[in-house]
Design a protein around this ligand. Structure first.
Ligand code: CA
Length: 230
């Protein structure tokens, strides 16, 4: 059974959403406050989160951004104001879908179902296949569950950090330029520049390397780029 968290300060709306989702066998929790909603989203094992934008103590923009930094579960944003939806879309905070209030509960259920099944296909929970791992000298990357362990200790990577590390580790001993990595991980229409690659490599090293001055996994090839050592 999929677990859903609703962060919504209007109790009547939250209850309505909950009732409908429960009719379709989802397990639903409600949080009425922004900060508490974020805490719960981080700690609870939710499969999907529905966030209202205007909330007490912390708004939905911030919650969306913070959750997306560490989790890749689907995030649905709801708001009464179309302008806010346009704003969050423009900020690219990583929400998967946007719904303007008022919406019909059946529309919400349909979207929840669509995002959950898409996500399950993506992480491979649906087929019951075995997880796909990369294991090289103490580092273990679970590609299916998108988790990283160094000497059995889990390291929490953001979505892009994970993608970058996994790409390099999947092609060991191959030197990639920053441009190539940028193209590969941030797609073509992405705004930004290749300095992003350097920043992400630094952050990954801080998380996985014992000594960032002498990296044992991701090597810098001066004047060229990076490679994952085997
Ligand atoms: Ca609200």
């Amino acid at each position: 059974m999929s677990k859903i968290l609703i962060v919504e300060d209007e109790q009547a709306i939250a209850e309505l959403e909950k009732d409908y989702l429960e009719l379709y066998d989802f397990e639903v929790d409600i949080e009425n406050d922004g900060q508490k909603g974020l805490d719960r989203a981080m700690l609870g094992n939710y499969d999907l989160i529905i966030i209202d934008l205007m909330l007490p103590s912390m708004d939905g923009f911030e919650i969306c951004k913070r959750v997306r930094e560490v989790k890749d579960i689907p995030i649905l944003v709801v708001s009464a104001k179309k302008e806010d939806i346009d704003k969050i879309r423009g900020l690219e905070l990583g929400a998967d879908d946007y719904i303007t209030k008022p919406f019909s509960p059946s529309e919400l259920v349909a979207r929840v179902k669509a995002h959950l099944s898409r996500y399950e296909r993506l992480v491979g929970n649906g087929g019951g296949q075995k997880n796909e791992f990369i294991e090289i000298r103490g580092i273990k990357i679970d590609k299916t569950a998108r988790r990283v362990f160094v000497n059995e200790e889990e390291k929490i990577l953001t979505t892009k950090e994970f993608d970058l590390l996994t790409f390099l580790a999947s092609n060991p001993n191959h030197v990639y330029t920053k441009e190539e990595l940028f193209q590969e991980i941030w797609n073509m229409d992405s705004v930004g520049d290749i300095a992003t690659v350097t920043v992400h490599i630094k952050k990954i090293r801080e998380k996985i390397e014992l000594n960032t001055a002498k990296p044992q996994y991701i090597e810098t090839i001066w004047g060229v780029g990076y490679r994952f050592k085997v």
